[in-house]
Unconditional design. Sequence first.
Length: 230
Amino acid sequence: MTTSTRTKSKRRSFYYILTAFVICMSLISLICQNLERQEVLSKVGSSGKEVSAIQQALKDRGLFNSDITGYYGTQTQAAVRKFQKQKGLTVDGIAGPQTLGALGISVGTVPKATEANINLLARIISAEARGEPYTGQVAVGAVVLNRVEHPSFPDTISGVIYQNGAFTAVNDGQFWQPVAASAYNAARDALNGWDPSGGAIYYYNPAKTSNRWIRSRPVITTIGDHVFCS
């Protein structure tokens, strides 16, 4: 075997090994992604809005008799098991897609910071929070996004904003006024995860509303002229 032949053989071997390595890494990546998707469900140890929605749905059915805490403990697990047994589902105490569907729960995903989403969110922030502190502007944007994730509201930014009667600025035309420059930055911050509202899904200006229902909501925080509540 000549030196040239040996060199070519070594190169082929190197390429085979490199190709095999790349394939293995791709397979590992796919496996990890699948495992991550499998973990995106509510079970013991989970917490958040989806868990609160599960607890409320179970409570409405007389299966969960504790407070709505948003934490998936053993009591929530036991209630989920009872519900799964009633519906003929796999009784594992885990609120996966089938169980959530049977409970009538559909929680939206967090919107991405695309140009379209930034522009739309900035427009409602400007209309609803013009003149408010910057933190308050971000908080208004966060409320919109919190509604997107909440099972009681539409699953898109546009759906939340244009929901009938949801925002006075849409009804009175302020929504179509020129957008304040700060609102674009506030929209970006909200879409990137900053939530000064503390998870609020409602807000109001006490000086501009006498609505008893909104005033009865549990208050989370006050920023500028707005009271943020759940």
